[in-house]
Design a protein around this ligand. Structure first.
Ligand code: HDE
Length: 723
C-alpha cells in the first residue's frame, strides 16, 4: 500500500522494515535455558539471537554447520552427539494430526460480558459485566488433512477456550448449528465416509465422492445438515465472516439450583459473507492459505475481528412445546421462536507467535465446563465428552497436556494428580492423597459451595436399551425450513452444489437414493437436481414422519444478514504504467476511510508509474494476484496499458473471473479494450461503475456494500435460467 507524500515521492505503507528488537543489556539476558523457559506467557519466547547456540543439554556449540568426520570428505563419526541430537529431535517433531478438524488456524483474544446472566447461572464469566476473560479460538475445516486447502466445501470448526477464573470453559462449536448424526456411535462411520477412501487414499478434503453420499443417502437424519453443507455456509469468505454455534443444548444453573436450557451463538460483527463455488475452487490453487492469511492480516493490521455471544434461553416447559426434540443435534431452534439474547463481545486481537505451541497443541474438550454450566441429555454431546479427552491423550502424548501453556488454566490448579510423561507442574511436600493430616488443613480440599455440582436432574422411571427416541424421527421438516428460508439465489447455489457433488458420484444408484431424500425436502429442488444430473426423478425416500411446513426463518440466510458495507473487505486495484494518479488517490483514500483494504495488481511486481510520475508498489504481479482474491475490483489501466494487456491471458482471466463471479467492477473508459478481449458483453450491467473522476470513488464503494451483483448470475450461468 502506498501513500503519496509529494510528487514522485512515496511512502510504501505497511512495508517500513521493522526495527530489530533491541537486545537487553548483557546483565539482563537469560543465562540459562531454564530461565528462558520460565518466561511464562503462552509460548516460551526464545530470542536465540541474544545467546550462543547450545545443545538441548546447554552445551555451547562451536560449529553447527559441519558434522564430525574422519577427514574432510567423510565418513561421519557415530561419536558426533551434536549431529545425532539434532537429527533425533527433528525426527520426532511431528505429532499426530487431529483425526478430524486437522487443518486449523487460531488466534488469541478477549471476551467481555455486556449483559449479566446472573439470574440464570453462577458462572463468574457470565455474571460481571465489563469483566474481560482471555480466550483462544481455533477455526478449522473438518475432513481435510493438516496440509489441505482452506476453501474446501466443508463445515468449519469454531472452538473457543475461555480461560475463566473458575477454570477453562470450552465451547467447541461449528459454523453450522446442527450436525449430521444424532448418536455418537455413528461418528466414526460419518468421518470414515467423508474422508479419503481407504483403498485409494483420495479424494482429499471433499465430500464429493461415492462413500460420503452412500452414507448420507442411507442416513435420513443427515439431510438437514446436508442442506447447510450444500449452501454457501461451507465456502465462507473468511473465518471473520462466519457464525459459530455450540449446537447442543446445554444448561445454565443459577444460585438457587434452577436450570435453564441454553444454546450458544457467536455472531460476527463483520456480517455473514461467502464466496462462490467456482471462486473457491480457484482460490484453493491461487492461495491455499486464503483464510489463515486473511485472519493473520486482519489482526496484524489492527482490524480486530469481533463476534457477539448470544444465548437462546428456554425452560423445560418451552422445550416440551417445540415441534421437535431439542436434545436431537440435527435440529435447531429458529431465532424467530426463541430470540438470541446478546450478552458479550469476543475480540481476536493477537496472532499466535508459535503455530505449533498454540494452534496445534491447543486441546479443546466439550467436558470443560465451569460451575453454573452443565450438560443437557443430548446423546451426541455425551459421546463427545468421552472423545475429546481421549483423543488429546493420543495426540499430545501425555495426560499432562493441561500443563502446556496454551491449555493451562489461568486460575490456580490444585489437586493430587501427579507424575506421568512430561509433568511440568510438580507439587512439593509429603501429602499426595486426600484426606490427609499433614498440612494445617490437609488441603487442597473440595468446596461444596463454590465447587462444581452436577445439576440434579430428575430421571423418569426408564429401561436400559439401545434405542433411538421416537422424538428424533422427523428428519426432513427442518431441512425444508432451511431451504425455504434462503433467498432464490441461495437456493440456486444449493441446487448447483448438489448437482456438482452428485456428479462426482460414480454409482448411479447412490445418486438416485440421494435425490429421493430431496423429494421429501422440496419437490422443486429434487426436480432441479435430477435434471442437472440428467436422470429421471426417483420416488421419494420412505420417511419415518411426514415433512411439516414450518414458517421460514430469515436469520438462516447469509445474504439477508450480510455486512451492509465494504468495511473490512478487500479491493483489488488493477494498474498499469500511466494509470490516473488522482483516481488512484481518491479511491485509496475512500477505501482507507471506509475501513477497507486494497492491494495493487500490476504487470510487474516492481510496481507502476502513474501519470503524474508517482511510483506505486505492487502487491501482486497479475498472474499472482487473480481477481478471486478480492471482494471487488477496480480496473484502472492507461489506454496503452489496456492495449498491451488485451492479449495477456492472466489479465483477461482477471477481468472475466471478476465478471463471472458477479463482483462489482469499477472501471475507467480506457479499460474497454481489456473488457472486449475478455469477452465482457458490450452492454455493461449495473454491477459496473464508471470511475470518470476521483469523485466517483465514494459512490463505487457504496455500491460494493452488497456482496455481489447477483442479477448477473442469470447471464453467466446456464443453470440459472429458472430463477
Ligand atoms: Fe468434534 N471432535 N466430534 N464435533 N470437533 C474433534 O477432538 C467428536 C462434533 C469439533 O480446533 C476431535 O481435539 C465426536 C460436533 C471441533 O481443536 C474428536 C463427535 C461438533 C473440533 C472429536 C463430534 C464438533 C472437533 C478431533 C460426535 C460441533 C476441533 C481432535 C459425537 C458442535 C477442535 C480433537 C480444535 C474435534 C470428536 C461431533 C466440533 C475426535 C465423537 C457436533 C470444532 O475428539
Amino acid at each position: 500500500m502506498v501513500k503519496k507524500l509529494s510528487k514522485g515521492v512515496v511512502k510504501v505503507k505497511g512495508e517500513t522494515p521493522k526495527k530489530a528488537p533491541e537486545l537487553p543489556p548483557a546483565a539482563d539476558q537469560p543465562t540459562s535455558y531454564a530461565e528462558l523457559l520460565g518466561h511464562g506467557g503462552e509460548t516460551h519466547q526464545i530470542t536465540t539471537a541474544a545467546l550462543t547456540m547450545t545443545t538441548q543439554q546447554g552445551l555451547p556449540i562451536a560449529d553447527g554447520q559441519n558434522s564430525l568426520k574422519a577427514g574432510p570428505r567423510g565418513p561421519i563419526l557415530l561419536e558426533d552427539f551434536i549431529l545425532r541430537e539434532k537429527i533425533f529431535h527433528f525426527d520426532h517433531e511431528r505429532i499426530p494430526e487431529r483425526v478430524v478438524h486437522a487443518r486449523g488456524y487460531g488466534a488469541h483474544g478477549v471476551f467481555e460480558l455486556t449483559d449479566s446472566l446472573a439470574d440464570f447461572t453462577t458462572a463468574d464469566v457470565l455474571n460481571t459485566t465489563g469483566q474481560q476473560t482471555e480466550v483462544f479460538v481455533r477455526f478449522s475445516t473438518v475432513a481435510g488433512n493438516k496440509g489441505s486447502f482452506d476453501l474446501a466445501r466443508d463445515v468449519r470448526g469454531f472452538a473457543v477456550k475461555l480461560y475463566t477464573q473458575q477454570g477453562n470453559w470450552d465451547i467447541v462449536g461449528n459454523n453450522i448449528p446442527v450436525f449430521f448424526i444424532q448418536d455418537a456411535i455413528k461418528f466414526p462411520d460419518l468421518v470414515h465416509a467423508v474422508k479419503d477412501e481407504p483403498d485409494r487414499g483420495f479424494p482429499q478434503a471433499q465430500s464429493a465422492h461415492d462413500n460420503f453420499w452412500d452414507f448420507a443417502s442411507l442416513s435420513p437424519e443427515a439431510w438437514h445438515m446436508i442442506m447447510w453443507q450444500m449452501s454457501d455456509r461451507t465456502i465462507p469468505r473468511s473465518f471473520r465472516t462466519m457464525e459459530g454455534f455450540g449446537v447442543h443444548s446445554f444448561r445454565l444453573v443459577n444460585a438457587a439450583g434452577k436450570s435453564t436450557f441454553v444454546k450458544f451463538h457467536w455472531k460476527p460483527r463483520q456480517g455473514l459473507q461467502s464466496v462462490l463455488w467456482n471462486e473457491a475452487v480457484k482460490i484453493n490453487g491461487a492461495d491455499p492459505d486464503f483464510h489463515r492469511r486473511d485472519m493473520w492480516q486482519a489482526i496484524e493490521s489492527g482490524d480486530f475481528p469481533q463476534w457477539e455471544l448470544g444465548v437462546q434461553l428456554f425452560d423445560q416447559e418451552t422445550a416440551d412445546k417445540l415441534p421437535f426434540d431439542h436434545l436431537d443435534a440435527t435440529k435447531l431452534i429458529p431465532e424467530e421462536d426463541i430470540p438470541v439474547r446478546i450478552v458479550g463481545t469476543m475480540t481476536l486481537n493477537r496472532n499466535v507467535d508459535n503455530f505449533f505451541a498454540n494452534t496445534e497443541q491447543v486441546a479443546f474438550c466439550t467436558q470443560n465446563i465451569v460451575p453454573g454450566v452443565d450438560f443437557s441429555d443430548d446423546p451426541l454431546l455425551h459421546g463427545r465428552n468421552f472423545s475429546y479427552l481421549d483423543t488429546q491423550l493420543k495426540r499430545l502424548g501425555s495426560p499432562n497436556f493441561t500443563h502446556l501453556p496454551i491449555n493451562a488454566p489461568r486460575c490456580p490448579v490444585m489437586n493430587f494428580q501427579q507424575d506421568g510423561h512430561m509433568a511440568m507442574r510438580n507439587p512439593v511436600g509429603r501429602a499426595n492423597y486426600e484426606p490427609n493430616s499433614w498440612g494445617a488443613d490437609g488441603g487442597p480440599r473440595e468446596n461444596p459451595e463454590m465447587g462444581f455440582n452436577s445439576f440434579a436432574a430428575e430421571l423418569p422411571p426408564t429401561t436400559k436399551q439401545r434405542i433411538r427416541s421416537e422424538t428424533f424421527a422427523d428428519h426432513y421438516s427442518q431441512a425444508r425450513l432451511f431451504f425455504t428460508s434462503q433467498l432464490p439465489i441461495e437456493q440456486k447455489h444449493i441446487g448447483d452444489a448438489l448437482v456438482f457433488e452428485l456428479s462426482k458420484v460414480e454409482r448411479v444408484d447412490i445418486r438416485a437414493r440421494a435425490v429421493s431424500h430431496l423429494r421429501n425436502i422440496d419437490g422443486g429442488l429434487a426436480a432441479t437436481v435430477a435434471d442437472g444430473l440428467g436422470m429421471a426423478l426417483p420416488d421419494a425416500a420412505k420417511a419415518a414422519k411426514p415433512t411439516q411446513d414450518l414458517p421460514p426463518s430469515p436469520k438462516l440466510s447469509i445474504l439477508a444478514n450480510g455486512p451492509g458495507s465494504f468495511k473490512g473487505r478487500r479491493m483489488g486495484l488493477f494498474l498499469t504504467d500511466g494509470s490516473d494518479a488522482d483516481l488512484f488517490s481518491g479511491l485509496t483514500e475512500a477505501l482507507d476511510e471506509g475501513g477497507a483494504t486494497w492491494e495493487v495488481v500490476a504487470p510487474k511486481i516492481g510496481g507502476v508509474t502513474l501519470n503524474d510520475g508517482t511510483q506505486v508498489a505492487a502487491k501482486h504481479k497479475i498472474d499472482g494476484g487473480p481477481s478471486i482474491l478480492f471482494d471487488a475490483v477496480a480496473i484502472l489501466p492507461s489506454a496503452e496499458g489496456a492495449a498491451m494487456l488485451a492479449g495477456d491471458a492472466a489479465s483477461k482471466d482477471f477481468v472475466s473471473d471478476a465478471f463471472g463471479h458477479c463482483k462489482f467492477i469499477g472501471y475507467v473508459a480506457e479499460a474497454q479494450k481489456l473488457f472486449d478481449a475478455a469477452r465482457i458483453p458490450a452492454e455493461l450491467d449495473a454491477g459496473f461503475v464508471l470511475l470518470a473522476t476521483a469523485r466517483d470513488a465514494a459512490a463505487f464503494i457504496r455500491t460494493c456494500r452488497d456482496l455481489r451483483f447477483w442479477p448477473r448470475e442469470v447471464a453467466v450461468d446456464m443453470d440459472a435460467a429458472s430463477l
